[in-house]
Design a protein around this ligand. Sequence first.
Ligand code: SAM
Length: 408
Amino acid sequence: MSIDDLRAQYEAYPYPARNPADESKRLITGSPSHLDELVQHVFGGRIDHSKPLRVLVAGGGTGDGTIMLAQQMADAGNPGRITYIDLSDASRAVAEARAKARGLTNIDFRRGSLLELDGLGPFDYIDCCGVLHHLDDPAAGLRSLAGALAPGGGIGIMVYAPYGRTGVYPMQEALRGMTEGLPPTEKVALARRLIQALPSTNWLLNNPHISDHRLADANLYDLLLHSCDRPYSMPQLAELADSAGLAIATLIDPLRYEPSLWIKDARVLKRLEGMGMLERAAWTERITGAFTKHIAYLLRPADLDAARIAPDGPDVIPVLRDIDGPMVAKTAPPGGSLEFDLMGSVVALPLPRLAGPILSRIDGKTSLGALHTAIEPTTKATWEQFLTQFRQLFDALGGLGKMHLRRG
Ligand SMILES: C[S@@+](CC[C@H](N)C(=O)[O-])C[C@H]1O[C@@H](n2cnc3c(N)ncnc32)[C@H](O)[C@@H]1O
């Protein structure tokens, strides 16, 4: 497939479909590239917002990742800039209008291919979300990005995963033959007719993890009519990273990949002991059948150790994301649990006894040392007791991307 075919698709259907007028109502956030998340997983929790962060968003589309990060950098007072690059003028126009609607001036918009970064960079952080799996040669794409990465930098990627997309690829094949040569709007019309007429045996109909095609035309096009789309299993993703001289530092969200979340049989779990993080993740992917995509932070192998941060000392600062700590503290009884929807399954995560007092005081500024000092008089918890319970809380909330860590 030529790069012109790819551009033509996104000119007809900028993806995802976004209305710049909605910027006054909400900020779309997600992964990869949420500022708190990337600071934890790429920079080991260390960031000095007086130093400009140099960011590339490769294949920025209609702007979700760009707008989120540009807004978060502006809010943090970081003087850095984001270079947005995409093949599609129509997609870029939407992204530019969204930036304008927010008054964001920290983005440089460019038309171009991530395969030809010609002298751009180096970048401390590169976002490439939902793009590599659409390239003829994804490894060449990742090599191009890795070549623009500054020392100590990292890449946040999202690629499609095979088992949760069961039913998508036979439908793509079926539609490819019968829609060849038609204009995009007719392809969409025909695909919608086919969906209405599918027999109950069809895997897409029976796949609870896929619902995109019921939404906007751009979603349907991206899901079923894309001219180039290859999913990556965990081992294939690790191989892709390796081929560009990179390693998977973190999978998002980490707890989704943990076998014991899904399998409760102790004898089965015992057989997995000794497996590394990636082997366990690959096992979980095969067993759940629910992963439609993988989100990962990729670093040069030599940078992996420096990028690790754990709740291990008084200077570590916890930051909550998308949850209201005091509200959870009020509603969760001591020793209770929190329920989350994870890929269609409800999981209950036990909370430690001190969850309430800790959660009600997390404000993104207070360190673990200060948190302990604040709750010690009422709870009588020693530093070790506090840390044990905080780790349990972090395993649950951090594992689900609801809490991040940084260093003061
Ligand atoms: C599925 S959209 C994802 C958009 C955005 N990253 C997001 O997550 O919302 C893929 C985007 O990648 C762009 N794209 C595909 N190949 C590209 C290339 N070689 N260089 C730059 N952009 C590319 C397309 O034009 C399209 O806008």
